[in-house]
Design a protein around this ligand. Structure first.
Ligand code: PDD
Length: 285
């Protein structure tokens, strides 16, 4: 079955889907995006993603291309037309087409692209493998709270990770503090069992998965704190993991080649992943 994409009002074959060469997303990365997980045909944490999308648009003064209700219908239509049961939907909104000029055009028609991709269903019950992360200097801009398509710093770091055979790269600021991963939020569990992830600010993207994990931790009585933590703390942590819409809770067993804790996937990461699976299944029921 060939894939279908939504591009500015039309459902078109994915292969021939295209935007204009003067789209400001293409020329200036002047746009925002969201990635939402689909499980058993249902959108996971849709409300959270829509709230974040709305905030990203408003921070950049980009108009909604269609109203939120219509966007919701388009997303569901793309999922249906691609017959996705498990996978992701990707949506991107840019400031649209305008003659190249850095300042905003006086008026703009936002451009909207929605695509969907099928993934094999994730087996939450299978033994979970841990991954390696490397660390890299934080070189990105200072509005990482906005989910913009301006991701070159993230791409450079992810490439560095790929070349090192690692799953992810975590960014480290000049003061030794970890911000987040290239496409995920960073977490550690201290030797006394406290779960730590960075507090929200302009320094990190407030992950929707991050918010769900915090909610789960609260419900399950897991001690947690939202604060910045250093690379040194991460290296002496008992457990670590990285979280995102596509990786859920991904245990980290090595940082820069050094084992985290005993170098095996730890019990709290395993438990949080299982609870996250329950959280997804509940929405797909
Ligand atoms: N990335 N931090 C960054 C820089 C991210 O790009 C992402 C998500 C996250 C986690 O956010 P969430 O839990 O809402 O997925 C944190 C998506 C998945 C991507 O770019 O593909």
């Amino acid at each position: 079955m060939s894939r279908i994409a939504y591009v500015n009002g039309q459902y078109v074959p994915h292969l021939s889907a295209a935007v204009h060469i003067e789209d400001r997303g293409y020329q200036f990365s002047d746009g925002v995006y969201e990635v939402i997980a689909i499980h058993k045909g249902k959108l996971i944490d849709m409300d959270g993603h829509m709230v974040r999308l709305s905030r990203s648009l408003s921070e950049l003064e980009i108009a909604w291309p269609v109203g939120p209700r219509s966007l919701d219908m388009i997303i569901r239509q793309v999922i249906r037309r691609n017959r996705i049961r498990d996978g992701i939907v990707y949506m991107q909104i840019t400031r649209g087409v305008a003659p190249r000029n850095h300042a905003f055009p006086a008026h703009h028609d936002s451009a909207l692209v929605v695509t969907a991709k099928r993934f094999p269903p994730f087996d939450f019950d299978a033994a979970n493998k841990g991954v390696d992360v490397i660390t890299t200097p934080e070189i990105r801009w200072q509005r990482r709270d906005i989910k913009t398509v301006s991701l070159l710093g993230n791409c450079l770091a992810k490439e560095e990770a790929a070349r090192a055979g690692a799953y992810e790269a975590w960014f480290v600021e000049g003061d030794g503090m970890i911000t987040e991963g290239t496409s995920s939020n960073a977490w550690i569990i201290t030797t006394d069992g406290q779960l730590i992830t960075r507090n929200t600010s302009n320094s990190i993207l407030n992950g929707i998965t991050r918010l769900s994990i915090l909610k789960i931790a609260k419900e399950q009585g897991v001690k947690f704190v939202e604060r910045a933590f250093s690379l040194e703390e991460a290296k002496s942590a008992k457990e670590a993991f990285t979280s995102s819409t596509t990786s859920f809770v991904k245990p980290v067993i090595r940082i820069d080649g050094d084992p985290v804790g005993d170098g095996k996937v730890g019990p709290l990461s395993t438990k949080l992943l299982a609870y996250y699976g329950v959280h997804m299944k509940a929405q797909a029921a």
